[in-house]
Design a binder for this molecule. Structure first.
Ligand code: ZN
Length: 436
């Protein structure tokens, strides 16, 4: 049996369903001044069907040698796809290793519909923002959100830069002019959530209920930092109460020297531009939003991009929860405000399947959050927060669907809640404002 290369219709041309990757071992060397990346990646894979050729995603960067189980093999690299032909058929269920040596000048992956994502040069450093299609800008991968893997990363760069990765630092070796950073990520991670951030940062360990640190630009802006980011430890404690234990060993907040249009989440890490260091609810709410993604999006990840509300609706609702908890407007006030605003907008998208062009439309965020509020009003606070915690507990490190969530909530409530979700996620009109 041959399993066809399966791709998500929202991110066509990425991913291959014929195999899965259990672990990525990435060895990278990077020259910041020349934006030059030299990579040596080993993917520990398992065949899902009988494999005669498999496809990896790799954009811009050029593979020089490819090995399967240690033997050099034929390969072709075209339009972001690296086709690898093992010397003989790999039967379903058999494990194998693919090693790719590659190099080049990484740049973001461009898509007419999805925009650009991935490895991006800053004024003096790098950030990686891969949602949803940017991972192949820096390593060869099976780029599908439902194929999570563990990671090891070794990266060598000039010694005056900090290198942060979405994992735990296990070793750092300083040479005369360069430093080698070694990280491990043991909680399975989707390709788009893997990221490195390289820059000249001050590192501050925070006093918090879990290991937390901030990487801030030099020179510091302590007033702006305190206003927007100062309550992160308290936020972490509150979210642990609401959503259950923080799902990763540590949390890193990176604030780049450059301004950024939007912040971005990656596994165990959030990245903001320095323009977010301001005394402004829009900055505070996004600090809460990105932190909440650690539970909803990063630990528990959609299997298909049409279910993006499972990330954005939840992270947006977390903003409104934090608003009340922090002494700002109550959650119900935020709900009323955004329901009123939404009722004035066109209702020409389906929250539960918005299409790739509108995947990150603000209406997905706000109506997704209202859906959760409607659920909370329906089942009551005790059941609502319990079902959020068990949702994370049962799916940490895995992937989920809207159907899973409807089944989960219905089981928790002891009655079928399909009609509620149908109205909020798939119905044309906006249901009436839910009240606590
Ligand atoms: Zn988000």
């Amino acid at each position: 049996m041959t399993v066809p290369a399966g791709t998500d219709p929202y991110v066509p041309g990425h991913g291959d369903a014929s195999y899965s990757v259990g672990h990525y071992d990435l060895h990278l060397g990077y020259k910041v001044d020349r934006n030059r990346l030299d990579g040596d990646a080993t993917l520990f894979c398992e065949a899902r069907g009988d494999v005669t050729a498999l496809e990896l995603d790799l954009h811009t960067l050029r593979p020089s040698k490819v090995f399967v189980d240690g033997r050099p093999v034929r390969h072709q690299h075209r339009r972001g796809r690296l086709v690898v032909r093992p010397p003989r058929r790999i039967p379903a269920g058999v494990e194998f290793e693919v090693r790719v040596r590659y190099a080049g000048n990484p740049r973001p992956v461009r898509s007419r519909i999805l925009g650009t994502a991935g490895w991006e040069e800053l004024e003096d450093g790098v950030l990686v923002a891969s949602q949803p299609h940017g991972a192949p800008s820096w390593f060869p991968c099976n780029d599908r959100p439902d194929d999570k893997a563990t990671y090891s990363l070794t990266l060598t760069a000039a010694s005056d830069y900090q290198v942060a990765f979405t994992g735990e630092l296990v070793d750092r070796r300083r040479g005369a002019s360069s430093a080698t950073w070694m990280y491990e990520q043991e909680v399975p991670m989707a390709t788009y959530l893997a990221a490195v951030q390289i820059g000249r940062y001050d590192v501050t360990e925070l006093e918090a209920p879990v290991p937390m640190r901030s990487l801030t630009p030099q020179p510091p802006d302590s007033a702006g930092y305190d206003a927007a980011f100062g309550r992160q430890p308290e936020m972490m404690a509150y979210f642990q109460d609401a959503f259950g234990p923080y799902p990763f060993p540590s949390y890193t907040c990176v604030i780049t020297h450059d301004d950024l249009e939007i912040p971005l989440e990656s596994q165990g890490m959030s990245t903001f531009g320095r323009n977010f260091m301001a005394d402004d609810w829009d900055c505070v709410r996004l600090v809460a939003h990105e932190m909440a993604h650690q539970w909803f999006g990063n630990a528990v990840t959609l299997g298909a991009w049409r279910d993006i509300w499972l990330h954005e609706g939840f992270a947006c609702y977390a903003e409104w929860l934090w608003s009340e908890q922090s002494g700002a407007a109550s959650t119900q006030t935020r709900v009323d405000h955004h329901h009123a605003r939404l009722s004035e907008l066109d209702e020409d998208l389906v929250i539960g399947d918005p299409g790739p062009r509108l995947m990150f439309d603000d209406r997905v965020y706000k109506r997704g959050a209202l859906t959760l509020h409607a659920l909370r009003c329906e089942v009551g606070d005790t059941t609502f927060f319990r079902l959020l915690r068990t949702w994370v507990e049962q799916h940490v490190g895995g992937t989920v669907s809207t159907r899973d969530f409807v089944a989960h909530t219905s089981a928790a409530a002891g009655r079928d809640l399909t009609a509620l979700f149908d109205a909020w996620l798939y119905g044309a009109g906006l249901p009436p404002v839910p009240k606590l």
